[in-house]
Ligand binder design. Structure first.
Ligand code: DSN
Length: 421
């Protein structure tokens, strides 16, 4: 059952309570490999569900448009201070509602309609808000994209430099949503300096690894760092923008009043809690284990004939091209879900198929590492993935795998769920 327990919700709205219980059980029973998801701690859950949701606080600490900020101000200041300390930055804005608004604030702060910026192509691992034609960032601005090499699956820094020299972008984005390799922040910074661009590191996926010392930090290289707080960082659904002193005012104005109204104070509090947790020594161990698990899973999948983009991973994320397995990413993801393995279908670089039915799947190890799984279990997961992909139309075989998975996960407690008493 859900923990903390939800007796008031059950009394007021049993239908909704039953759905919450069902989701908790689902999260408990599945191997969750969606690279952008995790399990938050009970402390983060409690902050998220607190009375702080009742309060309006447009503005920033000490400069609000509503009274009654005696408690909210220190909460937001605490979150800011913890972010500054953990990431080694001058300034932190903890108000963005999520990653997309955080990136839109960057656009608003540094560009005007039609201005040019440089970013990683979405199909090569970027993000919608990095200039996809279907996003406002692609409709109202002029994105120019770099990509990864067809053979290497890695960003080619020479291409980035050449494009930056030719296009003179206002902003250069590095980072994205499907990058299995280490981002070379110093190299991006050098290019940005040479071409007069603001370097923005979108570290949404790797923020927990950066905080835990398992990925190099963009601090000291990127003038602006955007991140969600709910992926490897293991906080509530929200976001932050961290900056050098130079860019602090522009970013703050872009978030409020530029894009948003009142901050979600319950989320701000939960971010503060997550940042405190991420500053602990055990979080460093956790971050290292995420990477060790991803590398073990990558190795075991490669042994079973899976084609990994870039040949492996340096972080929490694995991107697989299923073309050689003779199955599309979407039917594979759906079969895997029925087998108790939750992930997402994903485009791969140079994908000949469409985004709604692409060639790949994306896997991440942040959530299974929170459950306490280690390298030995990654071999089992690779075997299950292989069996499920090979038996995508065999419901009995998928059901057998799901039962084996429930059996394993029964020994690994989930924060937010406990057995019924
Ligand atoms: N939806 C996020 C992800 O899955 O990577 C990006 O916004």
């Amino acid at each position: 059952m859900h923990q903390p327990s939800i007796p008031h919700l059950s009394a007021t709205d049993p239908d909704l309570a039953a759905l919450v219980e069902a989701e908790a059980t689902r999260q408990h029973d599945k191997v969750r490999l969606i690279a952008s998801e995790n399990y938050v701690s009970p402390a983060v859950l409690e902050a998220t569900g607190s009375v702080l949701t009742n309060k309006y606080s447009e503005g920033y600490p000490g400069r609000r448009y509503y009274e009654g900020q005696q408690v909210v101000d220190p909460i937001e200041e605490l979150a800011q201070a913890r972010a500054r300390q953990l990431f080694g930055v001058d300034h932190a804005n903890v108000q963005p509602y999520s990653g997309s608004p955080a990136n839109l604030a960057v656009h608003l702060a540094f560009m005007r309609p039609g201005d040019t910026f440089l970013s990683l192509e979405l199909a090569h691992g970027g993000h919608l808000t990095h200039g996809s034609p279907v996003s406002i960032s692609g409709k109202w601005l002029r994105p120019v994209h770099y990509g990864v090499g067809r053979e290497t699956g890695r960003v080619d820094m020479d291409e980035v430099r050449d494009l930056a020299r030719k296009e003179r972008p206002k902003v250069i984005f590095c980072g994205g949503t499907a990058i299995p390799r280490t981002i070379d922040f110093p190299a991006f910074a050098e290019i940005a300096r040479e071409t007069g661009a603001v370097l923005v590191a979108d570290i949404a996926h790797i923020a927990g690894l950066v905080a835990g010392g398992a990925h190099p930090s963009p601090a000291g290289h990127a003038g602006v760092i955007t991140t969600t707080t709910h992926k490897t960082l293991r906080g509530p659904r929200g976001a932050m923008i961290m900056t050098t002193g130079e860019h602090a005012t522009a970013i703050d104005k872009a978030i409020f009043p530029g894009l948003q109204g009142g901050p979600h104070n319950h989320t701000t509090a939960a971010i503060a809690v997550a940042l405190k947790e991420a500053a602990r020594e055990e979080f460093r161990t956790y971050a290292r284990q995420i990477v060790a698990n991803a590398q073990a899973l990558a190795g075991a999948l490669t042994e079973r004939g899976f084609d990994l983009i870039s040949g492996g991973t340096d972080n929490h994320l694995i991107l697989i091209d299923l073309t050689k397995k003779d199955i599309g990413g979407k039917p594979a993801a759906k079969a895997l879900d029925r087998a108790g393995i939750e992930l997402n279908f994903n485009t791969v670089p140079f994908d000949p198929r469409k985004p709604w039915s692409p060639s790949g799947i994306r896997l991440g190890t942040a959530a299974v590492t929170t459950r306490g799984l280690t390298e030995e279990h990654m071999t089992s997961i690779a075997v299950w993935v292989d069996r499920a992909v090979a038996a995508a139309d065999d419901e009995a075989a998928l059901g057998t795998i799901a039962a084996e998975i429930r059996d394993l996960l029964g020994g690994f407690p989930m924060p937010g769920w406990g057995p019924a008493r």
